[in-house]
Design a protein around this ligand. Structure first.
Ligand code: CO
Ligand code: ZN
Length: 327
């Protein structure tokens, strides 16, 4: 599983530009699904089983990033955010363009004690030689950092939400057969407003939806007042900023976790949301839940997960999909 995580988190795929990630996931799931297709917006839809209760699983392939808006006379690039970029997490970090060009982010001036405004940040792609970096207005970039493993902890950019994609892939590997009709959807453009999951849910018209995504934790010094902690198991969402999980789905997940002795914790996230919110509001309403992977330092290059939690999420999803989906 670690190899799959490394491959996916190090892939390049800001919102709207998920093609590299989609190709990598396709390689992983080929042969596991009864049918694989790509819908008009680029969601990768993998069906397992047919005819039973229709369940849509969603994990997003895209990552936050930025897009060049202006190149100044000295070659410094200004940019606009793609998704929830935090200026504090940008400074002195590196980004990568699709053509491989690496950039370093800094900000105007020399007073760096405070977080700069996004408008004051720039990307330095200078090489020292008179070469053209080959990037300009309209080109997207994403954070660049290799994954590292420290004991049970894996640290990387884009755990949000490639780790959710890995949970989906591993569940497909373990599920083999299901009485339900399960559509594993690897979605596009979640970070800019659930723009892939909504049309996918409209097209699939599932009975239920489940998203696989990261959630914050409350286990760091003076951190959020939140009960989720790394290493304490799969997080079963109760609510987030855009989604109240229908109680029967939350209770079903809790029941399956207890039956199979899978460690779990309840997630109450004040802000943020996931593809499940988009699915739930699709069509005439599609009841949806979410299995979350607890993650520290979200939307930075050091998103940190516990590998035991990831395994618990895979087990929980398999347990949910292997039994009747009912109250
Ligand atoms: Co995110
Ligand atoms: Zn996410």
């Amino acid at each position: 599983m670690k190899d799959t995580i490394k491959k996916l988190v190090e892939a390049w795929g800001p919102s709207g530009y998920e093609h590299e990630v989609r190709a990598l996931i396709r390689e992983e799931v080929e042969g596991l699904a009864d049918e694989i297709r790509v819908d008009p917006l680029g969601n990768l839809i993998c069906r397992m089983g047919s005819g039973g209760t229709k369940i849509m699983i969603a994990a997003h392939m895209d990552e936050i990033g930025l897009m060049v808006t202006h190149v100044d006379d000295d070659g410094f690039l200004r940019f606009a955010p793609i998704g929830g970029l935090m200026p504090k997490a940008l400074f002195a970090n590196r980004v990568r363009f699709e053509n491989g060009t690496l950039g370093t982010i800094s900000a105007d001036g020399t007073e760096w004690a405070k977080a700069p405004a996004l408008d004051d940040c720039y990307i330095d792609v200078s090489t020292g030689a008179n070469t053209d970096a080959g990037v300009g207005v309209g080109d997207p970039a994403a954070f660049w950092r290799e994954m590292e493993v420290r004991g049970n902890r894996a640290i990387a950019k884009s755990m949000d939400d490639r780790i959710g994609c890995v949970v989906g892939i591993e569940a497909m590997r373990k599920l083999k057969r299901t009485k339900h009709e399960v559509h594993f959807v690897f979605t596009v453009q979640e970070e800019v407003g659930l723009r892939g999951a909504r049309p996918a849910a409209f097209g699939l018209e599932p009975d239920f939806g489940i998203s696989l995504d990261v959630t914050g934790t409350g286990d760091t010094p003076k951190g959020h007042k939140m009960d989720v902690a790394l290493g304490k198991g799969a997080a079963i969402k109760v609510r987030d900023g855009g989604h109240i999980v229908p109680p029967f789905i939350k209770n079903l997940m809790v029941k399956r976790a207890e039956e199979a002795k899978i460690p779990y914790q309840l997630e109450v996230l004040p802000g943020g949301t996931t593809d499940a919110a988009g699915i739930q509001l699709s069509r005439a309403g599609i009841p949806s839940g979410c299995i979350s992977i607890p993650t520290r330092y979200l939307h930075t290059v050091s998103e940190t997960v516990d590998l035991n939690d990831v395994s618990a999420c895979v087990k929980l999803l398999v347990a949910v999909l292997s039994k009747p989906f009912e109250a």
